[in-house]
Design a protein around this ligand. Structure first.
Ligand code: GLY
Length: 368
């Protein structure tokens, strides 16, 4: 059941290995990268409790020693103070230019450790061992690394590709259903943005995948990573097509900001709601048939996911304030808001040509 997706980026090319039971074999998989049998692992407390010993044993089986730094969990870790802590710890561990740093965790750890690796000694290699579905299908692949500023999310960062990604699908068993489904928002996004037959496949298979079917999980992660790899290879630094990966994200970022990046709305939940809104907006603008947003909403319902603004607990700011929050998005170019819209399922495109009133109407509809 093991799959490998190659990301062909020239001298920055790497493999994403996907399948159950990779942690016990991490040593054998990482060993070819190492000039000496030693790695520095950065993780967070909850992930450490569940998986750090399995990783330690997997590395030891290949004679590799590890030191570990365990950070607090949560988005607040992804800022200047913990970046400094990670970098200074790696220096104290005498991690050299040829050594390898391992990021064991979800998107927060992957982004933070990737950025630390990008700046440490002007760049050391790192291995992503993503433990959330969201990190396996999105943030661990493609080399975007970042920390948050008090002024906004992911505003400080670098493109720094990993040297290897190990997506162990067994670890997904330890996720709560809510976290799994939030990650699934990003899986669904791939079908919606560029592969109608993958979306059809998900309509049939995603419920069983959410229940735990491992073969389906491997297949869904593989197809998602293939699509991400293909887009990143075309446009590594987001000059064009990579923005397609932000389907649903303009709405999502506004909703996350409006809910204070709190437990009220997880990132992947915001992406799922945002994908629905992007398709509603596309239908409203006459770009795609009304059946398309209806299909997206029917799938969200079938998966038991949030689909409307009214599914977000607590009060939200009014539509005009949400639109203003969209304007804070870092994808704003020369003051123009870019949207990812769709001409149909699997046919997304980037545009800045969106009338303000259509967006407001769409938000208003999504409240009921
Ligand atoms: N998560 C969007 C990207 O990697 O470009």
């Amino acid at each position: 059941m093991r799959e490998t997706v190659h990301v062909p980026l020239g001298d920055r090319a790497y493999d994403v290995v996907i399948g159950p039971g990779l942690l016990p074999e991490a040593g054998a998989l990482i060993a070819p990268l190492l000039p000496r049998p030693r790695v520095a692992v950065v993780t967070e407390t909850r992930v450490a409790e569940a998986h750090l010993e399995a990783l330690r044993a997997g590395l030891a089986a290949a004679g590799i020693e590890m030191e570990a730094l365990v950070l607090p969990p949560g988005e607040a870790t992804k800022g200047w103070p913990h970046l400094q802590e990670v970098v200074e710890w790696l220096l104290a561990q005498k991690i050299e230019r040829q050594d390898v740093v391992v990021a064991l965790g979800g998107g927060v750890i992957g982004d933070l450790v990737g950025f630390a690796a990008a700046v440490l000694r002007r760049g050391v290699r790192y291995v992503q061992v993503p433990t959330s579905l969201l990190a396996q299908v999105d943030s661990s692949v493609g080399g975007k690394t970042a920390i948050n500023s008090p002024r906004g999310k992911n505003l400080i960062g670098a493109f720094h590709q990993p040297a290897l990604v190990l997506a162990d699908t067994s670890v997904l068993d330890t996720l709560t259903r809510r976290d799994f489904l939030a990650g699934y928002g990003e899986v669904m996004k791939y079908g919606l943005l560029g592969d109608a037959s993958f979306f059809e496949w998900l309509e049939v298979n995603a419920p069983a995948m959410a229940e735990g079917d491992m073969a389906l999980r491997v297949a869904a992660v593989k197809r998602s990573v293939e699509m991400k790899a293909e887009i990143v290879t075309r446009d590594e630094t987001e000059q064009g097509d990579r923005a397609l990966l932000n389907l649903g994200h303009t709405f999502c970022h506004a909703l996350e900001a409006a809910t204070g990046y709190s437990d009220r709305l997880l990132h992947g939940e915001g992406v799922a709601i945002g994908c629905g809104l992007a398709f509603s907006l596309s239908a409203r603008l006459g770009l795609c048939p009304q059946e398309d947003p209806s299909r997206v909403f029917a799938h969200l319902d079938a998966m038991g996911m949030k689909r409307d603004l009214s599914d977000i607990p607590g009060d939200l700011p009014d539509d005009a304030a949400l639109l203003d929050l969209m304007g804070q998005d870092k994808k704003v170019v020369a003051g123009t808001l870019n949207f990812i819209l769709a001409r149909g399922i699997g046919a997304a495109f980037v545009t800045s040509d969106v009338p303000r009133d259509a967006v407001l109407d769409c938000l208003n509809d999504a409240r009921t």
